[in-house]
Design a protein. Structure first.
Length: 87
């Protein structure tokens, strides 16, 4: 029987990033992705804010894939699903 994985098992205190499945994943990547995903539908498409959020989401998709988040969670937003599918 294996023990549960704790956050400090993945990224020890004092370490800001890890390499998972060949992708450098910074501490906070999942939280940043979630925060931007929650904002996406509230922004006007084509606005500078919307474009900035889209760019950041696209940049973070490889980290979410490396961590495995996209293997266990599906987006509820069609716009977010399009971002993830495009990567």
């Amino acid at each position: 029987m294996t023990e549960p994985v704790r956050p400090e098992d993945v990224l020890p205190d004092g370490v800001d990033f890890g390499v998972l499945n060949g992708v450098e994943v910074r501490k906070g990547s999942v939280a940043a992705f979630v925060a931007n995903a929650k904002r996406l539908d509230d922004l006007r498409p084509g606005s500078p804010e919307h474009d900035g959020v889209l760019a950041e989401l696209r940049r973070l998709v490889p980290a979410l894939r490396a961590v495995g988040v996209l293997d266990v969670f599906a987006p509820r937003s069609a716009a977010l699903a399009d971002v993830i599918a495009g990567e």
